[in-house]
Design a protein around this ligand. Structure first.
Ligand SMILES: [Zn+2]
Length: 444
């Protein structure tokens, strides 16, 4: 049984060692780690000197990733070492390689189908191979953002439209090349947006429905429409529900294949450098933020391994090991948390600072407080057949509080902002506290 300690952000390793996280992981899961994942390029700058940028200023110009890998190899020769890439590489994005919404506006992350982004990722994989990692993980949990945006204000009755992605020329060309579906941004504009069956605006951005493999395989519009209406995403008397539902299923099949094709090309580069690849998925089903499904990825042999929050039973685990990611939606909420914390380090005052901080901490709550990762959940997963291993993020609320305090000590957060952040953090439950600190006020 594999057990994978996933370290989600460079920030985790600024104040704490690899040994600390491996220890936390063993305590949390009830088993020692067989694999460790280090952040190479996730929500921020690279963790090593890359052709595409130096390490973050606060880390200093040093090959941190190289050092983490060497230390891990020295102290734990049996450990398999992975480097994590978030292929949206937001820190390297610009208007020419960014994802585009249905009105052709550039967004903040890069598009994996863009030829230049593929070149950059190829180069990054080669750099990571030189650092002697064993494998690379591609985090697909938020490859194509689909949510509300302040750029598009609410309509008259408070209704808000969703900003979809991606409609860049590389996506449109790739759809034409490998599918029958013509990607037309017009189908995603206005009230008849075909994603209304599975996406609905909410206070947090958007709520969503995942598309089941069975609906996609047989274009089962009836089941999609009935479930979508039952969940309140579409009106029961929507006159276009059938036609648009069919369009949505055809779109999803094409998008899933296009994304799998892009990942499969990256796997080829990794394979030629002797590296394994793993994809990180929030779910095995088609999720519109990932723009793919496990079935589509397996169909194109896009990866050596699949790490997902839930399972696709058709995966042959001899050929494609299936690891259960012991977090809801895998890395999704942690990525958002660390990206948002970075924006809070901006010393300028925000007009709505309290609201903004409250929002960040509500994401923290979802990611950390309600994390299912525990020794009991791991014990259950170990007896379920056809699972090759578990992955988990050993990050607790106590780690978060200590990190905020350290950043204040290092003058990244002014006192007032630190207090505002901590005022939103719920006191950790006694079993989350460490070192006999039970009963002590974490803010004292
Ligand atoms: Zn695109």
């Amino acid at each position: 049984m594999r057990s994978i300690c996933y370290i989600p952000s460079i920030d985790c390793l600024v104040y704490r060692s690899t040994e600390y996280w491996l220890g936390q992981f063993a305590q949390r899961s009830g088993m020692p780690a067989t694999d460790v994942v280090f952040p190479a390029i996730v929500e921020a700058e690279p963790a090593y000197p890359s052709r595409y940028g130096q390490t973050a200023a606060r880390l200093g110009q040093f090959n941190w990733l190289g050092q983490w890998v060497q230390d891990a190899r020295h102290q734990h020769p049996q450990l398999r070492v992975w480097a994590a890439i978030n292929p949206t590489i937001s820190s390297l994005s610009n208007g020419m390689i960014a994802t585009r919404d249905q009105w052709n506006e550039p967004m903040s992350d890069t598009c994996i189908n863009h030829v230049v982004v593929q070149q950059m990722l190829t180069q990054i994989i080669n750099e990571l191979a030189d650092l002697q990692v064993d494998g690379i993980t591609f985090d697909l949990t938020d490859l194509y953002p689909n949510s509300t945006s302040s750029r598009y204000p609410k309509l008259d009755q408070g209704e808000q439209l969703i900003q979809n992605s991606c409609f860049c020329t590389y996506c449109i060309d790739k759809f034409a090349e490998i599918s029958q579906f013509q990607l037309d941004p017009e189908h995603f504009r206005g009230k008849r947006n075909i994603t209304r069956h599975i996406l609905r605006a909410s206070d947090q951005g958007a709520t969503f429905i995942e598309l089941r493999d069975s609906w996609m395989d047989s274009l089962d519009v009836d089941s999609l429409v009935r479930f979508s209406a039952a969940r309140g995403f579409i009106e029961r008397d929507d006159p276009h529900r059938e036609d648009d539902g069919r369009q949505l299923l055809c779109y999803a099949n094409a998008r899933a294949a296009v994304t799998a094709d892009a990942i499969a090309r990256l796997r080829q580069t990794a394979y030629h450098r002797g590296l394994r690849t793993a994809v990180v998925l929030g779910t095995a089903q088609f999720d519109i933020s990932s723009g793919t499904s496990m079935a589509a990825l397996v169909n194109r042999s896009a990866s050596d391994e699949y790490w997902s929050s839930d399972a696709e039973t058709r995966v042959n685990i001899r050929e494609h090991p299936l690891v259960i990611f012991n977090e809801r939606r895998a890395t999704y909420a942690y990525n958002a948390l660390f990206a948002n914390l970075r924006t809070l380090e901006d010393p300028r005052e925000y007009s709505n600072e309290a609201d903004r901080i409250g929002h960040v901490i509500s994401i923290t709550g979802a990611a950390i407080e309600h994390s299912p990762f525990s020794s009991s959940s791991c014990a259950v997963l170990q007896i379920i057949p056809n699972i090759a291993g578990i992955a988990g993020i050993p990050y607790t609320m106590q780690d978060f509080i200590e990190w905020i305090r350290q950043r204040h000590t290092d003058r990244q957060f002014p006192q007032r902002r630190m207090m505002l952040i901590l005022s939103h953090v719920r006191n950790p439950a006694p079993d989350e506290r460490r070192g006999g600190a039970a009963g002590r006020d974490p803010f004292a």
